[in-house]
Design a protein around this ligand. Structure first.
Ligand code: ZN
Ligand code: ZN
Length: 348
């Protein structure tokens, strides 16, 4: 397929102002790969970025954004041996340097020079050399682009999931019913865990129930929601595992409160910088709570995510709730602002 000279690209200009600009299609340099986008997915981060910008993702103005994407190789740059024109791929949105202090310790998500890639809401994206080398994957013909683009969020979720070493038969408490919650529920089911989900939105909780959550509790609609939750966790002892997937200080505290002695708690939801929470040291010391922070993903988790999606073990149903053409990108963000949908697919 011939590559046009110009393409459309959604860029952020100011809070609540994005434009669909016409820009030059970049030519891939040595090691780079030009990908024609097949589908991009919205992420909670995108809606936040739309509202107020983002210190790490929007580095220049206007800034391209969107980071969950898959498509077809349009042109591999010189020296690229792994990919050919026409290959269907999912694009990782970052790559560690493999050289710094943290990379030498295999802590790749802490890389001091983590390279990010944004610009999924466009006709094409230029994948830089480092990402093309370590975080770009071929996908099977039968895997739809909208499903493949779940690679990024699923990689993040796998990173968190493995942090707490879940074992079959354990009870996992999930706080939050957003897109990440949907992925946690599916993973929990695959691993033989009993999952209890607690959130506000009863509709989103029903969605989790349909996907395999054993019990759901609404903080706003159920009477005595916390007592009810506790009674569902190992006869009132608390959960073996807790995943906080909201990113609010009161939920971080609740996550600790609802873990059993010896329980493992993973803080998946990020709070604003400088946020502090109260911690009962008695529980951590005498009751041996184990607390884990987790950020982002690594190429190994991304690869694992692609395997889960390719084999159909993790599915997009109940998660990708709408499809829009790229020229309706403004509508996507208005909808995001108003109703906080799970995930919307943007198809060029
Ligand atoms: Zn994302
Ligand atoms: Zn590094």
């Amino acid at each position: 397929m011939a590559i046009p000279r110009q393409m459309r690209m959604a860029r952020w200009y100011a809070p609540e102002e994005i434009r669909l600009d016409l820009v030059e299609v970049p030519a891939p340099g040595p090691g780079e790969v030009l990908v024609r986008i097949g589908a991009a997915l919205t992420c909670g981060t995108d809606f936040k970025t739309f509202k107020r910008g983002h210190p790490r993702l929007i580095k220049e103005i206007p800034g391209p954004f969107g980071h969950e994407m898959s498509g077809t190789v349009a042109a591999p740059g010189a020296g690229v041996a792994r990919f050919r024109e026409g290959d269907r791929v999912v694009v990782g949105n970052s790559a560690p340097c493999f050289q710094c202090f943290y990379c030498q310790r295999q802590a790749y998500s802490l890389c001091e020079d983590l390279q990010f890639l944004n610009g999924a809401y466009a006709d094409y994206i230029l994948v830089p050399r480092r990402i093309a080398e370590v975080n770009l994957y071929k996908i099977p013909d039968a895997l739809p682009f909208t499903t493949a683009s779940l690679g990024e969020p699923l990689a993040c979720v796998l990173n968190a999931f493995e942090k707490v070493s879940p074992k079959p038969g354990e009870t996992m408490l999930l706080l939050g019913a957003g897109p990440m919650g949907v992925l946690f529920v599916q993973l929990a089911k695959l691993h033989g865990l009993r999952l209890v989900a607690v959130a506000r939105d009863p509709e989103k909780l029903q969605n989790l129930k349909a996907l395999g959550a054993a019990e759901v509790v609404s903080l706003t609609h159920d009477a005595d929601a916390l007592a009810k939750t506790r009674s569902l966790l190992n006869e009132g002892r608390g959960a073996d595992l807790v995943i906080e997937a909201v990113g609010l200080p009161e939920m971080w505290e609740l996550a600790c409160d609802l873990a059993r002695p010896g329980g493992r708690v993973c803080f998946y939801g990020g709070c604003a910088k400088g946020t502090e929470v109260k911690l009962d040291t008695y529980r951590v010391h005498y009751e041996e709570l184990q607390l884990f922070g987790v950020f982002h993903h690594t190429p190994a988790y991304f690869q694992k995510a692609v395997e889960y999606l390719s084999s159909g073990k993790i599915r997009p149903e109940g998660l990708v709730v709408g499809e829009y053409r790229l020229d309706r990108i403004h509508e996507v963000f208005r909808k995001g602002e108003k109703s906080n949908p799970l995930k919307l697919a943007v198809i060029p």
